[in-house]
Design a protein around this ligand. Structure first.
Ligand code: DSN
Length: 414
């Protein structure tokens, strides 16, 4: 970035500082990752200069010969990666627009949709009351079981039969267990609903074969490309058949978006190829191994984990039950020492999303950095020490140095 350094030192310096922060912290936000240099190059390429409203060979502006090839490549690679004939659309700007596009393709404004409640693990765009998906549609929200904090299929079936939703949404942002897409499909069929699977968090695990696949069950699969999949900041939609894919196209443009972000499309194509390798299989397997080990080590130190552990890449800790600290205080204390996570609601939380009862942590980024199971023991020790001493500023700052030294031993090498 020598040109940027010369032309705009202020922005250059801020980017360099952020790069340093990312490499000197233990990054545990489960939706974040480090991308490869190839993906950084593709996102920083001349493709950002081009407008391409429409789809391959059906564009509104000229000069699309290369862009069409890039978009076709991304779509073909998506199908190869997920071993599916679902029809890809790689144009949604990010996960929230992708979900809105999916909902507007499957039903009309005012129709009933059914998604998981925000504080039980659902996303804002799964019909939460403050999101427009909760205002445009008649949103019915399901919860996890009070006893186990697991998905309760009998409750979901009962609610679906009572409310007759047009769309049922599964796939979550803060649910530490495997999603059984087949069971959701059975319920959707029983009530004549479409099934929308938002796999954003677990797409990399699906690609790597360590989580079951929604293909064959969901009518639409939406996903961001930057979480466990380790691609650029973007999203894609996979539709079960041509009719749904056509509706998705129309909802993308002219419905909700203008020109696609071609630099993102190219980077997405790169990430689909990167994820279709033996290396990526090992990576996704290691994400889960690390998460399970970290959960075990935290449990051994007396932490209260929602559902008692994890099957995927994330762990939800009730910090009030664990250490009598509210989630925001816990995440701030951890950040002061260089462990970056987010405060998170837990099921049946009585506190608000801005100051909830827990934190959410995950292993995708640290696994990219090369950390293995033994390193999870060190991280659990750090978390324990910090939360035991969350109001001891001196100790937090001293721990910051220990964490910097620990994490700088690892290198991004791809
Ligand atoms: N912000 C994402 C997450 O952290 O899960 C979801 O959109």
């Amino acid at each position: 970035m020598s040109i940027l350094e010369k032309k705009d030192k202020k922005v250059f310096d801020l980017i360099k500082k952020e790069e340093k922060r990312q490499l000197e912290s233990i990054r545990l936000i489960p939706s974040e990752n480090y991308v490869s240099k190839s993906i950084l190059e593709a996102t920083g390429s001349c493709l950002t200069n081009k407008y391409s409203e429409g789809f391959s060979r059906k564009r509104y502006y000229e000069g699309q010969n290369i862009i069409d090839q890039i978009e076709d490549l991304a779509c073909n690679r998506a199908q190869e990666l997920f071993k599916t004939d679902y029809i890809p659309n790689v144009q949604p700007y990010s996960g929230s627009p992708a979900n809105l596009i999916a909902l507007l393709s499957l039903c009309n404004i005012g129709d009933t949709i059914m998604g998981m409640h925000l504080s039980h693990g659902g996303h804002l765009t799964h019909g939460w009351k403050a999101s427009y998906t909760g205002k445009f549609f008649n949103s019915v929200q399901y919860t996890v079981s009070k006893e186990t904090n697991l998905i309760d299929f009998e409750e979901i079936r009962k609610l679906a039969k009572e409310t007759k939703p047009k769309v049922i949404i599964c796939g979550y942002t803060a649910y530490p267990r495997e999603v059984d897409f087949k069971k959701f499909k059975e319920i959707a069929d029983e009530v004549g609903a479409f099934l929308l699977a938002d796999t954003s968090h677990i797409t990399g695990l699906i690609a790597g074969g360590v989580h079951q696949s929604p293909f064959g069950f969901a009518d639409i699969v939406t996903s961001t490309s930057h979480k466990t999949l380790r691609g650029p900041r973007g999203a894609f939609i996979m539709s079960k058949n041509k009719e749904i894919a056509k509706r998705v196209e129309k909802t993308v443009i002219p419905g909700l978006q203008g020109g696609p972000h071609n630099h993102t499309t190219a980077a997405m194509a790169v990430s689909f190829a990167e994820a279709n390798t033996e290396n990526f299989k090992s990576y996704s397997n290691q994400i889960v191994k690390n998460a399970k080990k970290l959960a075990l080590e935290l449990k051994n130190r007396g932490f209260n984990l929602v559902t008692g552990g994890t099957d995927n890449h994330l762990i939800l800790i009730n910090t009030i039950k664990s250490k009598n600290i509210i989630g925001k205080e816990a995440s701030l204390a951890l950040a002061k020492s260089g462990i970056i996570c987010n405060a998170n609601t837990v099921p049946f939380d009585t506190r608000s999303p801005i100051s909830p009862s827990g934190i959410r942590i995950g292993t995708p980024a640290i696994t990219t950095l090369g950390l293995k199971e033994d390193d999870m023991i060190t991280i659990a020790d750090f978390i324990d020490k910090i939360l035991e001493n969350y109001d001891n500023n001196e100790l937090l700052l001293k721990t910051r140095e220990e964490i910097r030294n620990f994490v700088l031993k690892f290198n991004l090498d791809f």
